[in-house]
Design a protein around this ligand. Structure first.
Ligand SMILES: [Fe+2]
Ligand SMILES: [Fe+2]
Length: 136
């Protein structure tokens, strides 16, 4: 499984949100590295906890921009964020019960795919809207 790399095609045209996405990618890569080095479940759970907290913070920041500019698809975007929060909470509960290699790989794959697809498909849709409201 390759590590994730932020690329210009992932840019959402708003500097602070691009920075958030880069931080989230860095945390997913931290998880990847912990897995490769066979780190303890505590280390894994700790990274997952930080990733989860930062995700909530990022979603809030993104939704605030969308709300203050009257983004028409805010509702849908919000629901997609909420679904991910619930999924991550479920994953963290599983990790509390015990960590095995399959769960680590599944989690990593899920997070990588989710973030990549979300940025490229869902986040990318607000670029023109926010830029038109002078948010960049
Ligand atoms: Fe988003
Ligand atoms: Fe985002």
């Amino acid at each position: 499984m390759p590590t994730m790399i932020w690329s210009q095609e992932m840019s959402v045209g708003v500097a602070i949100l691009d920075e958030d996405h880069k931080k989230l990618i860095a945390m997913i890569n931290e998880l990847h590295e912990a897995m490769q080095h066979g780190r303890s479940k505590e280390v894994f759970a700790d990274i997952l906890g930080r990733l989860s907290a930062y995700t909530v913070e990022h979603f809030g920041r993104e939704e605030d921009f969308l709300a203050e500019t009257g983004y028409p698809s805010l509702d849908l975007h919000h629901r997609v964020h909420e679904k991910l929060k619930a999924d991550v909470a479920a994953i963290r509960r599983k990790f509390d019960e015990g960590v095995d290699a399959a769960l680590q790989i599944d989690t990593l794959q899920f997070l990588q795919d989710w973030l990549q697809n979300h940025i490229l498909q869902t986040d990318k849709r607000y670029v023109a809207h926010l830029n038109a409201h002078d948010i960049r």
